[in-house]
Design a protein around this ligand. Sequence first.
Ligand code: ADP
Ligand code: ADP
Length: 233
Amino acid sequence: MIRFEQVSFRYADTAAPALQGVDIEVPEGELCLVVGPSGVGKSTLLGAVSGLVPHFTGGHLTGRVTVAGRDTRTHRPRELADVVGTVGQDPLSHFVTDTVEDELAYGMESLGVAPETMRRRVEETLDLLGLAELRDRPIATLSGGQQQRVAIGSVLTVHPKVLVLDEPTSALDPGAAEEVLAVLQRLVHDLGTTVLLAEHRLERVVQYADQVVLLPSPGAPPVIGAPADIMAV
Ligand code: ADP
Ligand code: ADP
């Protein structure tokens, strides 16, 4: 579902590559954890999947990144929006509307989904993420964990095959983080969504992963393996 083939990337005007020698294959319906300390290239790697890298960042990418068979260098991020949903660290920066319900509908509106389908998918997503009772609430009044679930919901309504999340739990307390990770696990198991999740700490999320991509240091090729193998590194 997600494939990196001999990918290297260098930001413009930088001496060292941000990614080098990256070969990854994430099968459909698996959760892949990208882990490593700050600055090793996790966001860059995720950006290459959503197409932000290199379309919005500039710089030079070699090799090939494909998502559901689409080359992310030759497709603009907009042309990937129906297959890849992206959620960042700070849910507030993600939101464009006031209420939970409006936010869930927004992504579909911009893709021109029919009103009837939109209504059905909003209901389905409210239920799936346990947000039905919060539907009319202004997003600003929700807890961090609730906000992050709304951010995930807002991209899920598009029914993306791939969900990319850049440290979605790092601003959350442990309870809220668990809440978000439980949702991700349900998406993988119940809907077959493929999840690419970046975290700087291994412990909290490793139990949810099918595959771990460890970026040991900036520009170094990743170490890839099953969670148990990576824990032993
Ligand atoms: P991580 O997500 O693991 O913290 P990043 O992918 O954000 O790592 O960054 C990897 C490296 O690329 C870092 O050295 C960072 O400073 C550099 N970098 C990130 N974004 C840019 C940019 N837009 N221009 C130049 N260098 C960048
Ligand atoms: P429509 O695609 O017309 O909105 P449904 O909402 O009934 O129809 O969903 C069709 C199928 O997609 C159902 O089998 C449902 O389980 C599945 N589905 C629901 N939510 C998602 C999702 N977020 N990603 C992928 N498939 C989903």
